[in-house]
Write a protein that binds this ligand. Structure first.
Ligand code: SAH
Length: 448
């Protein structure tokens, strides 16, 4: 199938087979012999039956029609003007995203009724805003009347700009055109600009999903549903691989390398603001050293109103719970989690918290305990705990819990550093009453 795409989202293209001949505009179709053609464009293409191939057109909603009109302009006049002008310029009415005008026109009956009939949004701008937009045909007369030298062209450009991903000025496909009809009241001025992003007509949704420690069994049904419903799934590649069986054909998957958390968060917000339903996946619980906080922080920075895009957080089984379950019941009394990664937290703060937890006799789960490059914090933790707890305090070292390569080691505090510990390991250090029985770790609650 030969595909020519001139506008609209290219996200779907990741589902094309790798060797699919894809034709952007201007490329010659002679390289492959297509058996069908699809045009993705705001332009109306005249299909010639003689071409002999099945053909289809898809019109992404990228056109914003700026409208200026006299008070009381009939709906039919505006409708006819839109149709005629689209026809004249070879544009598809189906590609219209919506109409745009001056705030004053919020109650213009013909305009409002036309938008309702077509399910077109009506974007309204203040004359102050419109007067800041550079247009090819400003008018002193219009400026005198409504406080901006352009309504139709400026509103079309403003609306197209607002729904574009880039900051560059969108193209004005149709400069201002005035239409009136004998015997019909009013006059209408139209202009059409093209947004770089199509209008979805949907309110975006962000699902912040914890996918549990590894195996799909340990994922809540709610989290599974959120992943399957999403238009787009975004996450670190390894976690996306773990949930791959839940993905459905046609879903957009954006797996990004580790360390690109900020980009993942921004991308998720961008797609949700555009109207997509986006699942951001984090292993374990997404709100425990996961993506949930980062996404919410970015939203807060962008003046989010708390409602749009809608956000839902789906909790997951965090590493400390998974590890605890593998060794018994070490978390039966007060506990805390401390990440030993000094990437985002100064080592002095980590040291302070380790000392506080050790002193207060919390059972402690150490996340991000040790990497090849970073061994010092674990040695520090070891020293601090040994200063406050006996050397025979039980310790569990659980690596890759609920994943195929899982290993579980029960040992004691003084032996802690003799075992392999890496970044897929969580370390549980018992409190002063924790004990080991036949390989099971128990922290008494106080009943017995
Ligand atoms: N959001 C995750 C934690 C991310 S921080 C959660 O709630 O579990 C990454 C750290 O989590 C790893 O360095 C490791 O300490 C721990 N971790 C994550 N998954 C794990 C697993 N399956 N087994 C053991 N530790 C794990």
């Amino acid at each position: 199938m030969a595909i020519v795409q001139e506008a609209g989202t290219a996200l779907w293209q990741q589902h094309l087979p790798a060797d699919h001949p894809f034709q952007w505009p201007d490329t010659d179709s002679s390289s492959a012999a297509p058996q069908a053609r699809v045009w993705i464009s705001p332009r109306q293409r005249q299909m010639s039956p003689g071409e002999g191939l099945p053909q289809g057109q898809w019109h992404p909603r990228v056109l914003w029609v700026g409208v200026g009109c006299e008070r009381g302009t009939a709906q039919a006049l505006i409708a006819q003007a839109i149709e005629q002008i689209c026809g004249h310029y070879g544009l598809a009415v189906d590609a219209i995203a919506g109409l745009a005008s001056l705030e004053l026109k919020a109650d213009e009956p013909g305009l409002v009724a036309l938008c309702q009939d077509h399910h077109w949004p009506l974007q309204l701008f203040s004359s102050a805003h419109l007067s800041t937009i550079q247009v090819p045909h400003p008018s002193a007369v219009v400026a005198q009347a409504v406080g901006t030298p352009s309504v139709a062209e400026a509103a079309a450009l403003a609306a197209a700009q607002a729904s574009s991903a880039q900051a560059t000025t969108p193209p004005l496909l149709v400069p201002k055109q005035v239409r009136r009809q004998p015997g019909v009241s009013g006059a209408v001025t139209l202009a059409i600009a093209q947004a770089s992003r199509e209008y979805t007509g949907r309110e975006g949704h962000l699902a912040l999903v914890g996918t549990g420690p590894g195996s799909l069994d340990q994922l809540t049904p709610a989290a599974k549903g959120a992943i399957t419903r999403a238009d787009v799934v975004i996450g670190y590649g390894l976690y996306v691989d773990l949930i791959r069986p839940l993905l459905r054909p046609g879903q957009i998957v954006e797996a990004l390398p580790i360390s690109q958390e900020r980009q993942r968060a921004r991308r998720a917000i961008e797609l949700a603001r555009w109207g997509l339903s986006v699942a951001v996946v984090s292993s374990g619980d997404c709100g425990i050293y996961g993506m949930a906080g980062l996404v919410l922080e970015h939203l807060a920075l962008s003046d989010w109103d708390g409602q749009t895009p809608a956000v839902a957080v789906y909790p997951g089984i965090t590493a400390l719970q998974a590890a605890a379950a593998r060794v018994g019941a070490p978390l039966m009394h007060d506990f805390c989690a401390i990440s030993l990664s000094d990437l985002l937290t100064p080592l002095a703060v980590i040291e302070q918290r380790l000392t506080a937890a050790a002193t207060a006799d919390f059972v402690v789960a150490l996340y991000n305990p040790q990497s090849q490059r970073r061994t010092e914090p674990l040695a520090l933790a070891h020293r601090i705990f040994l200063a406050h707890r006996p050397g025979n305090t039980p310790v569990a070292i659980v690596r890759a819990a609920y994943r195929p390569q899982e290993t579980v080691i029960c040992t004691t505090l003084d032996q802690l550093l003799g075992h392999p510990i890496d970044m897929v390991t969580v370390v549980l250090i018992g409190n002063r009453t924790s004990r080991l029985h036949q390989g099971w770790m128990i922290t008494p609650r106080g009943y017995l």
